[in-house]
Design a protein around this ligand. Structure first.
Ligand code: SF4
Length: 330
């Protein structure tokens, strides 16, 4: 009989899973209007640092090589350095990334790199304090800028600056965000707004045309070069500009589900085989109930046997909710 703890980890479509997105909290110090309800306070974190490492070690033995910590805001957890140290030390884990709003990052940028984090994705939608307040509804803008500068000087292998583009809100700032990122050695990436909260998306093709019309020469990178240079094969497609690369993530207009290599664990410990799917394996409950690593691996494989071929967000009535996105980690 095949060992359930041995690679490969395949889903129902035969796609090989190598990338785990691990939501470590559904709490956040911001209330961005495209991401969280204004009144959302979050819940208690369900998985402690030891349980997060246990779950990740099971995935690592099955072939997961890249882990991204998401939230909520991951750096809100006081045990973030323990979490990262434990996961980075696991055999098989080659890349450990964090997606963060950067507001707690200034004092943590160097300690996180020393704890084994290889990549940071920093969320910054605007360079205007007024627009920031309009989007995030709370939070200190200067702390974010300090956090980004600290990360830029901390020696990370890869730093990305992610902006969700909303028509009439920040779409006019895209050239300025490219210049801001390139001046700090970051790769800017522009994300089509998903249909969960407020705001109107701007299709990637329109954004590229507008950037070129603003005087920024952009040339598409071959996909192989994008993957090799980006450390992680993900949904972004990259273009070259004089100051560096520019990435675009287009879940609405360029569905990338065919190349999916990812699986998610929500902050309550439920496995979600797909962003657009339902909870499929209560890993936290299984751990608390004394499940062995083999039993966890069997539950994970069973859940992936039900993974859909892609999301259906663009079809009427199929959007996820903001509350579910806070826990799943986007
Ligand atoms: S929506 Fe589902 S299938 Fe598509 S990339 Fe995300 S996890 Fe993979």
């Amino acid at each position: 009989m095949t060992d359930p703890l041995a690679p490969p980890l395949l889903d129902a479509q035969g796609r090989r899973m190598t990338y785990l997105r691990l939501s470590i909290t559904d709490r956040c110090n911001f209330r961005c209007n495209y991401c969280s309800p204004a009144s959302w306070g979050g819940k208690r974190d369900m998985l402690d640092a030891r349980e997060l490492a246990r779950i990740t070690s099971v995935f690592a033995s099955m072939g997961i090589r890249r882990v991204r910590l998401t939230g909520g805001e991951p750096l809100i957890r006081p045990d973030i350095l323990d979490i990262t140290r434990n996961i980075a030390a696991l055999p098989g884990i080659q890349h450990l990334a964090i997606t963060t709003n950067a507001s707690f990052l200034a004092p943590l940028a160097v300690p996180l790199r020393e704890a084994g984090v290889t990549q940071l994705n920093l969320s910054l939608d605007t360079l205007s304090p007024e627009t920031f307040r309009r989007i995030s509804r709370q939070g200190d803008f200067d702390n974010i800028l300090r956090g980004i500068d600290a990360a830029a000087g901390a020696g990370y292998a890869s730093l990305k600056l992610n902006a969700v583009v909303m028509r009439g809100v920040n779409d006019g700032e895209v050239p300025a965000l490219v210049a801001y990122a390139h001046a700090r050695g970051l790769t800017p990436r522009f994300i089509e707004l998903m249909p969960f909260g407020q705001g109107t998306p701007v299709p990637t093709a329109e954004l590229i045309e507008r950037l070129q019309a603003s005087g920024l020469p952009l040339e598409p990178e071959p996909e192989e070069a994008s993957d090799a240079a980006s450390l992680t094969s993900g949904p972004a497609r990259y273009w070259r500009a004089p100051g560096g690369r520019v990435g675009f993530i287009s879940p609405l207009t360029q569905n990338f589900c065919g190349g999916c290599n990812r699986v998610r664990v929500a902050s309550n410990g439920d496995l979600r085989s797909c962003l657009g799917g339902r909870a499929q394996a209560p890993l936290h409950q299984l751990i608390r109930g004394g499940a062995s690593d083999v039993e966890l691996a069997v539950a994970i494989r069973r859940a992936l046997g039900d993974k859909p071929d892609g999301h259906r967000f663009t079809e009427p009535g199929n959007g996820a909710t903001l509350l579910s996105m806070m826990g799943i980690g986007g």
